[in-house]
Design a protein around this ligand. Structure first.
Ligand SMILES: Cc1ncc(C[n+]2csc(CCOP(=O)(O)OP(=O)(O)O)c2C)c(N)n1
Length: 372
């Protein structure tokens, strides 16, 4: 299905009797459940942060369809270069919420051993989910480089670089787009235009008529989609992936959406988002829209959404309890995972740190009790 500017499948063709989304019921339900799981994770992280058990979280409420729709159009062996808001992509491809909670608590089972910020996930299994970069836009050229390498190797994989509207003002965005256009790299640029970059509204971010149009200068086709319509996002990303795998190069997709919460748990959006804007987008809630579609076609029973959400909450709650019960990283992790063979001067610094911690009674090497 070809997506034209801001066309919506859910509000358009999907309304017709006998509409065939070309996706199995099982797959539709997996997308729906993943969106609910993202929301449950969000809700529980907010409570954990407000009750002082984690330091920080980044809400996703309102943009679940963009992430899950995009992930559902890609394969497990593709490469994801996500933004900090994209954990729905990992969940879609089977990353366990418990593994995510280990990151939220920065414990010894966190893939980054507590060295990253919360919500800055990285996974190598079951998908290539590259560690999230806090400096905006820096992952865009990385995705282009990875995509170009895959092309040189003759692989038919694609890379997805996902970022917000504010990130289009970074050098990484422009250099990445430029190289991708020249090299015809198999990369998909997904700009999640959620209206604000923290408190800066889109009209102060750019004088362009859209973000999608920015591709034109680099010879990269651009398209805007309804980011709160899972089917539209999925169709646009599927089309871009098909082009990329066929050697036709990159695509820039602008998904128009809205975050129905703060930028992070340190932010108060009521200071800069008018109430009327919140109300307008609440009516376009991506989960509700997809739910209505599934109920209308008989794929979901009216009683099921509540049960599914309760089940997701229970799953995330269990994940959070497991992560809280896991020991913090061991002291020596400060010195590990950088060198294949630890150089002598680092080794002796480590030794001095272990001795000092032991003398202060804070921790001994390996006991995981060092207050990181
Ligand atoms: C290079 C750089 N500049 C500024 C920041 C501070 N910062 C963190 S998030 C953010 C807003 C980003 O907005 P956007 O790219 O639209 O993504 P969103 O948070 O809306 O998903 C800013 C300015 C940063 N992390 N990196």
């Amino acid at each position: 299905m070809t997506i034209t500017d801001l066309s919506s499948i859910l509000d358009g063709p999907a309304q017709a009797e006998g509409f065939d989304p070309g996706i199995s019921d099982e797959e539709l339900l997996h997308c729906y459940r993943t969106m609910q799981l993202v929301r449950a994770f969000d809700d529980i992280c907010l409570k954990l942060q407000r009750s002082g058990r984690i330091g920080f979280s980044i809400p996703n409420k309102g943009i679940e369809a963009t992430q899950v729709g995009a992930a559902s159009a890609l394969r497990k062996d593709d490469w994801f270069f996500p933004s900090y808001r994209d954990f729905g992509m990992a969940m879609y491809h089977g990353v366990d919420p418990t593994d995510m909670m280990h990151n939220m608590f920065g414990n010894s089972l966190d893939t980054a051993r507590g060295r990253q910020m919360p919500v800055h996930f990285s996974f190598t299994d079951p998908i290539h989910f590259v560690s999230i970069s806090s400096p905006l836009g820096t992952h865009v050229p990385q995705a282009v480089g990875a995509a170009y390498a895959m092309k040189l190797r003759g692989e038919d994989k694609v890379a997805l670089a996902s970022f917000g509207d504010g990130s289009t003002s970074t050098l990484g965005f422009h250099s990445g787009m430029s190289f991708a256009g020249v090299w015809k790299a198999p990369v998909i640029f997904l700009c999640q235009n959620n209206g604000y970059a923290i408190s800066m509204p889109s009209h102060e971010q750019t004088a362009s008529s859209s973000y999608a149009i920015k591709g034109k200068a680099y010879g990269v086709p651009g398209v805007r989609v309804d980011g709160n319509d899972l089917l539209s996002v999925r169709a646009a990303v599927a089309e871009a992936a098909e082009r990329a795998r066929a050697g036709e190069g990159p695509t820039l997709i602008e998904a128009v959406t809205f975050r129905m919460g703060g930028h992070s748990t340190s932010d108060d959006p009521s200071a800069y988002v008018p109430d009327s804007e919140f109300a307008e987008w609440r009516d376009k809630d991506p989960i509700d829209r997809f739910e209505r579609f599934l109920i209308q076609r008989g794929t979901l029973d009216v009683a099921e959404p509540e049960l599914i959400y309760a089940d997701c909450l229970a799953q995330v709650d269990a994940a959070s309890k497991a992560a809280q019960a896991t020991a913090p990283p061991a002291l020596e992790t400060i010195f590990s995972d950088v060198y294949a063979e630890i150089p002598d001067h680092i080794r002796s610094q480590g030794q001095a740190a272990f001795e000092l911690a032991g003398r202060l009674g804070e921790a001994a090497a390996g006991d995981g009790a060092f207050p990181l």
